[in-house]
Design a binder for this molecule. Sequence first.
Ligand code: ATP
Ligand code: MG
Length: 444
Amino acid sequence: MIFRREKSPQERDALERLGRPTIGRHQPDSPADPSLPRFAVAATDDLGDAALGMLEQSPGRARLALADALSASQPVTSRDRFAGRQDVLGALIAAIEQQRAHVVLYGERGIGKTSLVHVFAETAREAHYLVLYGSCGVEARFDDMFRTFASEIPLLYHSGVSPTADEGEHNRSFADLLDPGHVDPRELADLFQKIVGTRVLLVLDEYDRVSDPAFRRNVAELIKNLSDRAARVQLVLTGVASNLDELIGFTPSIRRNIVGLAVGPMAEPELREILRRAEDATGLLFAPDARSLIIRMSGGSPYFARLLGNRAAGRALDEKRQTVGEADVIAGTEAVLAEWNAGLPRRVQVILQRAEVRAAWNVLIAASRASGTPDGWFGVHDVAAEAGSPDIKGITRTLDGLTGEIDLFDRESADGAPEPRYRFRTQGVAQLLGLSAALARAGR
Ligand SMILES: Nc1ncnc2c1ncn2[C@@H]1O[C@H](COP(=O)(O)OP(=O)(O)OP(=O)(O)O)[C@@H](O)[C@H]1O
Ligand SMILES: [Mg+2]
């Protein structure tokens, strides 16, 4: 579980001391070997928004600005890098402000849930909401998470504490009023009911990763109790799921207190905006055909738009060109595929080359799309739907042929289940298949 929080004065001091550039002032005894790779820009430099023309003046900076503008490995945390999503952001604000509901944001992996929730948090803080962010891990425990949330709510917001309270009260938090042993959702709701002078939003990101059923039961119980008491605390849950039930389970008691919002694929103009913002930040230009190709291959995913845009632009920078062309996009995508393939276990790489596997390529691609569930398991009917084929028997035969000796899939037949379910055995295979299909679709 990661919590975003302010640093303590001690931590700030320590960081400042660390930041003092004693190493930078050190003069090397012998001249550095010019052939060794170096950093382009000092870590202490503030890049700001790179201006047009940076490319000629400082290619190193342009490269860093590119990494900054189109990094695919990190969520966007500020509005100046955030493209599109007006509709869902508007709906989220309305659900919180007008409906006073708890909200569940769900969508496929990498579609932009965490980025959306960060930008929403920034917007809510401007409106003086107290927004607390927690990222759930597999091991997340209800007690720990909500105790930490409570520790970030100053006791001055408690209806029983006067705003003119003495110094001692200023340093205390709601956590000080919690049972030191066990955090009970009903008691927590009672405590949160005492909040005055602000509204609190508790963001539970990556909620799909929570494996403890007690955590989920407690969250449902908390939502019910907070709603019944009209407390000034609202929860925002996000997670990988294709529908609301998949993420929160079927809990009729809290259904009317929850607004579910789907974070779907980004529309073409939104993906275009991602690339345009990168152009502004780096001074590079995407040629129209390069831009269209990236957008087509992205299939609505901001992750893919950034990844492919970044790799294509990197190739243009390598050759000191300002314009990113279609050939850069293709070469960049092929390089990503080669890297992903090299990252797979050797045995899996060999399996993917086998004739029987190549013959099953269409089913594999459909399976890769069907595997975007929170736990990666899918059924034959999911694959058939993705493949647009009614041939259930044929698809079952193909999937079964890829378990066992060719062990691309795990297969499981639960007691009483009408059909077996499958899962890719090796992480990364589904993503590799998805991107190679996108490249093939783009006409290469
Ligand atoms: N609105 C946006 N504008 C620009 N880039 C975005 C936007 N939304 C997401 N991205 C980019 O897409 C990638 C995935 O985003 P993010 O991590 O927010 O998705 P997620 O749905 O939380 O993923 P996961 O399912 O893995 O938790 C990141 O590289 C992020 O920078
Ligand atoms: Mg996320």
